[in-house]
Design a protein around this ligand. Structure first.
Ligand code: COA
Length: 210
């Protein structure tokens, strides 16, 4: 049965998710914004959470917030309220049958999730990113578009990988580890493990100078 969607968020990521849902024939009933409402985006109303949840009882909810902490917090609130948080996997993504995708994932068009890869809860993989064999992505992480992660890489929770960055492979005995809450800048090339909370940029990726 085709469901109808409510998208929590009304920014760029939310509009991109709506456009993909539409391509799959899934209607978006409303965007939800905590700070502004009472207008529409391309004919879809922007409502408060209270208004959307009382008006649309059977919709599936998607949290379209790129900021990891914000997305985690809103998802927890929705679950506490008993509102059904959905996963979106584009029909244009290629997902291995041996990959595991948990919880409220968003896998955008042209992403590849390869053999043995595993994504924990609330991970976003944006347009055209490739996660090779045995890549593991921790909960609440965001993989921007055009990212390539080679095999045997473990990414912690709350990590944020910027557009077009590349991560070289680890090995099955010694995965390359990107820590919790790490930020990898756009177009960086990660060639060794990164400690929790680091912000790295450049080729090869190094901690930012300030
Ligand atoms: C790494 C990043 C998060 C840092 O953001 P920031 O803290 O606002 O950084 P600033 O713009 O203040 O720049 C700080 C320094 O880092 C450098 N820098 C920033 N991003 C860089 C990058 N991707 N590669 C190389 N150097 C970078 C800046 O040139 C600046 O250098 P300087 O101190 O010598 O002048 C950000 O620049 C970035 O790459 N974001 C990714 C954006 C993205 O992928 N968006 C996708 C949305 S879907």
């Amino acid at each position: 049965m085709t469901y109808k969607a409510i998208i929590y968020g009304a920014g760029g990521h939310a509009r991109e998710l709506q456009f993909q849902l539409q391509a799959e024939g899934i209607a978006t009933l409303a965007f939800v914004d905590d700070f502004r409402s009472g207008f529409d985006i391309e004919g879809i109303p922007v409502l408060s959470r209270e208004a959307a949840s009382s008006r649309f009882l059977d919709a599936r909810w998607f949290v379209a917030i790129g900021d990891n902490a914000g997305r985690k917090s809103v998802l927890a609130t929705l679950r506490n309220l008993g509102l059904p948080a959905g996963s979106f996997i584009s029909s244009r993504a290629l997902v291995s049958p041996s990959a595991t995708i948990s919880g409220a994932a968003q896998i955008f068009a042209n992403a590849v999730i390869s053999a043995g890869a595993a994504l924990e809860d609330n991970v976003i993989v944006n347009f055209g990113s490739v996660l090779h064999h045995d890549v593991r992505i921790g909960a609440d992480s965001f993989i921007a578009s055009g990212v390539t992660i080679a095999g045997n890489v473990k990414v912690g929770s709350g990590a944020w990988l910027g557009v077009g960055c590349t991560v070289i492979n680890g090995t099955s005995d010694h995965p390359l580890n990107i820590g919790d809450n790490v930020v990898v800048g756009a177009q960086a090339c990660v060639v060794s493990s990164i400690s929790d909370h680091e912000i790295v940029v450049g080729v090869p990726a190094k901690p930012r100078s300030h």
